[in-house]
Design a protein around this ligand. Structure first.
Ligand code: NAD
Ligand code: ZN
Ligand code: ZN
Length: 407
């Protein structure tokens, strides 16, 4: 089959690899019809995720058609159309029983590696390093799904791939980020980052009853999406001083909740931006957390800071004094996607939300390396790329190719 394979920082190749096979009775094999690139994949692309090996197939947002099931699988059969959650979860352990699927204690065969870094290991994830299980990812034509009786959800035929694909990750992620804010009537929620995760957090905060949502980013296309899709007020942090603006907008009290949908590769101008970059390049700090610092500082007394943005290791200059002295609640985690599949699919079916709204680009899987660059650098106002594993790259004439690049 064809798959998007990681060879090192910014080095991806779409190449032939062996087809996956059923290894365990609870496995299923899915023929992938749509897959997407996540902000978390950028951390791999940019070389910040430890435990990657050249030759690893990446990608964790995918859906498709079941083509084969193991002997213990009774809930799925070949021909079923499914979306697959990115954490791998057994469904039976201490954590799975509490619906904390991204903490499953049976799905990371390399738990000892993660324990060295974090004390305890979370669940294994698709296509996300050997630290998190070494599972082949879903930017490919097929994938093997372990614990297929727990993860995948069946999708009715009348919904399009793009309406349901993001159940695999970013819709539940934005939703959990907003849910963790404990939103009450009249609340104002500030969302740092208007990438796909931020946009779903913004929309979900609205669905959960936030009166005002303030969206922060520097890319006009993303800020526009936030205001069009969820009627968010927007702040471009290149044009205003964010902390000051948030204070003014909330009568000096601060937002009731702040969501950090930026994560470990945060961007900042000026001294603090250079400080993080230098410390990171000298390996004195693993992550760049300007948005987290601002979220903690901006949040009102007694408020909640919800952190879907992924951080990997050690962060510097975190104003932890603000957490204690302002009595903040901090919530975070890789998303417990399995818990949200059914209720969020219902919201899509009811028409409360159309997730396809975030898609800005559709490309054949063969173009994955270009798609990663475009998504990372926000070229062509890129917001979210869907890759099609079975589409051929159209042959374009030389002058058309030039036009495409100029455009
Ligand atoms: P993305 O890179 O497209 O979006 C990040 C956005 O943050 C960009 O639009 C960028 O301009 C903006 N940004 C950068 N610095 C900022 C700052 N200082 N202030 C405000 N905005 C800033 O990625 P995404 O797909 O939206 O993912 C966002 C984060 O969520 C990533 O860290 C990703 O790993 C994480 N994530 C977490 C989970 C989970 O389960 N917790 C799931 C999916 C993604
Ligand atoms: Zn993701
Ligand atoms: Zn489990």
């Amino acid at each position: 089959m064809r798959a998007n394979v990681w060879y090192g920082t910014e080095q991806l190749r779409v190449e032939d690899v062996p087809d996956p096979k059923i290894l365990n009775p609870r496995d299923a094999i899915v023929r992938i019809t749509s897959t997407a690139i996540c902000g978390s994949d950028l951390h791999i692309y940019d070389g910040y995720i430890p435990g990657m090996l050249p030759g690893d197939i990446i990608g964790h947002e995918f859906m498709g058609e079941v083509v084969e099931v193991g002997s213990a699988i009774t809930n799925l059969r070949p021909g079923d159309r499914v979306v697959n959650p990115f954490p791998i979860a057994c469904g039976a352990c201490f954590f799975c029983q509490q619906s904390l699927h991204s903490l499953c204690e049976n799905s990371n065969p390399n738990a000892w590696l993660a324990e060295k870094l974090w004390g305890h290991s979370p669940a294994g994830l698709f296509g996300y390093s050997h630290l998190l299980g070494g599972y082949a990812g879903g930017q490919a034509q097929f994938a093997r799904i372990p614990f297929a009786d727990v993860g995948p959800i069946k999708i009715p035929a009348h919904l399009t791939d793009e309406q349901v694909l993001f159940l695999s990750d970013i819709f539940p992620t934005g939703y959990m980020a907003a849910e963790q804010c404990g939103i009450r009537e009249g609340d104002t929620v500030a969302v740092f980052g208007c990438g796909p995760v931020g946009l779903f957090a913004i929309k979900s905060a609205r669905l959960l009853g936030a009166e005002r949502v303030i969206a922060i980013d520097r890319f006009p296309a993303r800020l526009r999406k936030a205001s069009q899709w969820a009627d968010a007020e927007t702040l471009n942090y290149e044009q205003v001083e964010v902390l000051e603006a948030l204070d003014v907008m909330t009568g000096g009290r601060g937002p009731d909740a702040c969501i950090d949908a930026v994560g470990m590769e945060g961007h900042a101008h000026g001294a603090i931006g250079s400080y993080d970059r230098i410390k990171q390049s000298l390996m004195l700090e693993t992550d760049r957390p300007p948005a987290l610092r601002q979220a903690l500082t901006a949040c009102r007394n007694g408020g909640t800071v919800s952190i879907p943005g992924v951080y990997g290791g050690l962060l510097d200059k975190i104003p932890f004094g603000a957490v204690v002295n302002k009595a903040l609640t901090i919530r975070s985690g890789q998303t417990h996607v399995q818990r949200y599949l059914k209720p969020l699919l219902e919201l899509i079916e009811k028409g409360s939300i159309d997730p396809a709204f975030v898609v800005s680009h559709r490309l054949p899987l063969e173009e994955a390396p270009r798609a990663y660059r475009m998504f990372r650098d926000k070229q062509d106002s890129c917001i979210k790329v869907v890759l099609k594993p079975w589409e051929q790259v159209p042959t374009v004439k030389a002058e058309e190719a030039t036009n495409r690049i100029l455009h």
